[in-house]
Design a protein around this ligand. Structure first.
Ligand code: FAD
Length: 477
């Protein structure tokens, strides 16, 4: 791209996961594409999101497992401890590798040209990209998101004691105590990590689901093991925050003050759109999110939005799918497509892992399905007992008439892997009879699926199903 005003087919704002997917998709349709990013390059996922957080969690997961090895008859001569400096440098090395491979693709791709610079619309037809002015037929906003600062009285005055997830990964040392504000996926994952790394952790949640789970047996199945490691304050109303010694005190309605060294803000994220001048191109914003239709088209039909910039669900595979869809849609006037985000798949890498796919019972009922809901505890499952990983519950939502699997909710071991089996079942329209007919090697955690299917048959037909006898060895019928 040369300097001066140049008419392009598609300009993508942001070289993150969504932006790169959009650029490649638009280019594959024959469009001339430019991507603008102010840096740092390498995607949020690789630099400060999915990857570094999972590297840290892996270390504390192994630490926790090592501490429980005695139950399997494995004695360690010394109690295992966490070497934070070693964990941090492993994280640094791995992240550097992940980022380098994305930067390589971003800077050498033949699918698009890259302009390094901040993007801002100057009028309805022109974008300033660093020191260049660009015009394009279509624009795609893929500028990601930033942590929300909850509107708590006194929070700004103790800014030196507050952290966001961005700062956790390179802490010089683990704080002695920390209050995590927000019980979503990020709050639960990082709260448990900090507790295992040695901090005294208070997790303060509002009325939102904890790690995506509303009140009920599944949430209980997560909270019970979590509460052995950290203190959870449910429906906490934080009236104010004030300085207390070197740390802070949170004044919570109806509770004793929560006194901690640091606060981690994990109360959600909002699209990075404030600096884009969206009002100059007629893109309406509501509650901090660019208003868009099911084709990811904003209130200016030439402007699309994808990834975290589009608001929920703000997870990685959604950013990729939305980016791809926005990229394709930006190259055509008709036959626009919708991002194929169903069945909704979600994993929280807590221990036990929370993994959900498809419809939960409430969603299925609201969608008009007559449903049968069955669940089993992992404590009764053979392989889970062998592994000594018995915390949690598995739940299946089935349509009573079609007998198809509509959804699955797992709290338990290897949920991140197992949930994909349920996802495939939903995608291919599998019935509970299909789950019973398929082979499941014994003993494996995957046997949970025929077990749940047997429960559903019993519930729907009132008969005991004797399929897959081997599962009985694990004590599960
Ligand atoms: C701690 C944490 C852990 C997570 N873990 C997971 C996980 O395990 N699994 C999962 O699915 N999701 C996870 N997520 C969410 C996931 O990381 C995000 O949904 C995803 O990375 C968003 O991608 P994106 O393309 O929308 O944004 P980004 O990758 O942030 O891309 C936005 C790009 O826009 C650029 N930009 C911004 N503003 C401008 C501007 N004005 N001008 C030019 N360029 C600009 C930025 O430099 C950036 O390169 C996690 C999030 C957090 C916070």
């Amino acid at each position: 791209v040369k300097s001066g005003r140049e008419e392009l087919d598609v300009v993508v704002l942001g070289a993150g996961t969504a932006g790169l997917a959009a650029a490649k998709a638009a280019s594959a349709e024959g469009a001339r594409v430019v991507v603008v990013d102010h840096g740092p390059l390498g995607t949020f996922c690789a630099r400060l999101g999915c990857m570094p957080s999972k590297v840290l969690l892996q270390s504390t997961r192994e630490l926790s497992r090592a501490r429980r090895l005695g139950r399997l008859g494995v004695a360690l001569s010394m109690p295992p401890t966490l070497d934070w400096r070693a964990v941090r440098s492993r994280k640094k090395e791995l992240v550097a590798e992940f980022v380098a491979s994305v930067v390589q693709v971003t800077t050498t791709s033949e699918a698009f040209s890259l302009i390094l610079g901040a993007a801002e619309f100057v009028d309805r037809t022109t974008l300033r990209a660093g020191d260049r002015l660009l015009t394009a037929k279509r624009w795609i906003i893929a500028t990601g998101s930033s942590p929300v600062r909850p509107p708590v009285d006194g929070l700004d005055a103790v800014a030196d004691c507050t952290l966001t997830s961005d700062q956790i990964f390179d802490l010089p040392s683990i704080p002695s105590s920390i209050a995590v504000i927000g019980g979503g996926g990020v709050g639960v994952e990082l709260g448990q990590f900090l507790a295992r790394a040695g901090a005294r952790v208070h997790l303060l949640t509002n009325d939102d689901p904890i790690a995506g789970l509303g009140p009920g047996p599944l949430q209980d199945a997560l909270r019970a093991p979590l509460e052995r490691e950290l203190t959870i304050h449910l429906r906490a109303r934080i009236a104010s925050v004030k300085r207390h010694g070197d740390g802070v005190a949170l004044v919570v309605e109806g509770e004793a003050e929560v006194r901690v060294a640091r606060i981690l803000l994990a109360a959600g994220r909002r699209p990075n759109i404030d600096a884009l001048g969206l009002s100059r191109i007629g893109v309406r914003v509501e509650k901090g999110v660019p208003v868009h239709d099911e084709f990811l088209r904003t209130t200016n039909a030439s402007v699309f939005v994808a990834g975290d910039a589009a608001g929920a669900p703000a997870i990685l595979h959604a950013a990729t799918i939305q980016g791809r869809t926005a990229g394709r849609n930006a190259t055509r006037d008709h036959d626009l497509s919708k991002p194929a985000l169903d069945p909704a798949l979600r994993v929280v890498f807590s221990d036990p892992i929370v993994a959900t796919v498809g419809l939960d019972p409430n969603q299925a009922t609201r969608a008009g399905h007559p449903i049968c809901v069955v669940s089993r505890p992992w404590a009764e499952q053979g392989k889970a007992r062998i592994m000594g990983e018995t915390a949690g519950l598995a739940q299946l939502v089935v349509d009573r008439e079609t007998r198809k699997v509509l959804g699955c909710q797992l709290v338990g071991p290897h949920g991140d892997l197992l949930i994909h089996l349920a996802s495939y079942a939903i995608h291919f329209g599998a019935t509970i009879e299909d789950l019973l007919a398929l082979h499941h090697y014994h003993p494996t955690l995957a046997e949970m699926f025929p077990s749940l299917a047997r429960c559903a048959v019993r519930e729907l037909d009132g008969v005991v199903c004797l399929e897959s006898e081997v599962a009985a060895v694990g004590g599960m019928q």
